[in-house]
Write a protein that binds this ligand. Structure first.
Ligand code: HSE
Length: 413
């Protein structure tokens, strides 16, 4: 069986490397007599590359070659990946992708093309890099109703927060270190603003709850406003700050809530000890309870590991379709984040701290007052009880009239 790789960047070259290195065992596990890369599509030249003879620049070479049964898309970005993948599926070729933007925006549509043409569209590498999470949710946990999930889904921001927490390093310095180590892109905005984690939440939520969640429907906040002062207060509260992507279904199952934001995570949580570039996803099912998937969420070979696993699955299921139960959704399926219940950490400036804290106590009920060394006299910090976010924010603004510096959601995973 012949395959083609579209995009010879970090992941695409990793895919070729893994297939060449583990060739014999991959072929055996694929149940085919042979599994061979026939073409690699890239607009760039790679002189001296061991796969030099395989490079093509014209997508139609792959599309029109009936020998090509599986196409690996590792180009990234929405265009032209969407057009190329659509065309391959419609031509009856299996497609494996690591492209989270593509799956988050077009997953439902592309799975539809795959179904119409009796081929597979697989995307294990699109969330959590090398961590098995797509297949566990859609197969191993299929007996469950998934109630919710929460994940550290972005390695770059987790590295930055870890440096802030463990080394007292300011955000800008930690970001520079992430860039120097090759974790963050030169333009790191998709990571630090939370867009990368948002795409992964969309994919997981679509799989867990059965209807497509689009990036525009998910309230997303990054980590650019987090300071070392907030890290200190989180420590005093008894936890750490993590960028979490979360989604939860409503009790009647008709709606879901989904959000990406920094969150206070208790020291005892399994997510609290996930440091550096590692990712972890906690899934809560009605039969299994909590299960946590942990590992390398990015990088050449970990991501290639997931892609090649999908390639082997396509080869094994050459004439059989995998079912994801992923339908399209209507407006209103994802609820307004302000209607979700949460507890909030609040840091604010005020002229009369003890009076303001006593008013906060009256407005919210029981609050937990937080302290940090060397805080200015006019700074207060506290954690509210649980209520809808709308109610909490209304009270902060209209009842207390506080000059709020930061709010961070507090979780109980
Ligand atoms: N930039 C992403 C991260 C890569 O840091 O996690 C994997 O999606």
């Amino acid at each position: 069986m012949y395959i083609a790789i579209m995009g010879y960047g970090v992941v695409g070259s990793g895919v070729a490397q893994v297939i060449n290195k583990n060739h014999d065992s991959i072929v055996r596990k694929s149940t085919q007599s042979e599994l061979e890369i026939k073409y690699i599509l890239d607009i760039r030249d790679f002189p001296g590359d061991p796969n030099e003879k395989l490079f093509v620049k014209d997508f139609d070479v792959i599309l029109n070659d009936p020998d090509i049964k599986i196409v690996v898309e590792t180009m990234g970005g929405l265009h032209p990946a969407y057009e190329f993948v659509s065309a391959c599926l419609k031509a009856g070729k299996h497609v494996v992708t690591s492209n989270k933007e593509l799956v988050a925006e077009k997953g439902c549509e592309l799975l539809g093309y795959a179904a119409q043409n009796n081929v597979n569209f697989l995307f294990e590498a699109s969330v959590g890099g090398g961590i098995p999470i797509i297949r566990p949710i859609s197969q191993c946990l299929a007996a469950n109703e998934i109630d919710e999930f929460a994940g550290i889904l972005n390695g770059t921001t987790n590295f930055i927060l870890t440096r802030m927490i463990n080394d007292n390093m300011p955000f800008e310095e930690a970001l520079r270190l992430a860039q120097d180590n090759g974790y963050a892109e030169r333009d790191p905005s998709a990571d630090i603003l939370g867009h990368d984690a948002c795409r992964k939440v969309c994919i997981l939520a679509s799989l867990c709850f059965g209807k497509h969640v689009y990036p525009g429907q998910v309230h997303t906040e990054g980590i650019t406003e987090i300071t070392l002062e907030d890290v200190e207060y989180a420590k005093n509260w008894g936890g750490v700050i993590k960028l979490l992507g979360r989604a939860k279904r409503s009790e009647d199952g008709k709606q879901i809530s989904a959000i990406v934001s920094p969150a206070f995570v208790d020291h005892h949580s399994q997510l609290a000890g996930v440091d550096d570039v590692f990712n972890a996803i906690l899934v809560r099912g009605d039969a299994i309870g909590d299960v946590v998937f942990y590992g390398r969420g990015a990088g050449k070979l970990p991501t290639a590991s997931a892609v090649v696993g999908d390639v082997i699955d396509c080869a094994r299921h050459e004439n059989k379709q995998k079912f994801f139960g992923w339908a399209d959704s209507q407006d209103g399926y994802v609820s307004d984040y302000l209607d979700a219940t949460t507890s909030l950490y609040v840091r604010a400036n005020c002229n009369h701290p003890s009076e303001t804290l006593s008013n906060a106590q009256k407005a919210f009920g029981e609050i937990k007052v937080l302290k940090r060394p060397n805080a200015p006299e006019n700074e207060i910090a506290f954690v509210t009880p649980v209520a809808t976010e709308r109610e909490l924010r209304t009270k902060l603004e209209t009842v207390l009239g506080l000059e709020v510096i930061t709010t961070i959601r507090v979780t109980d995973y």
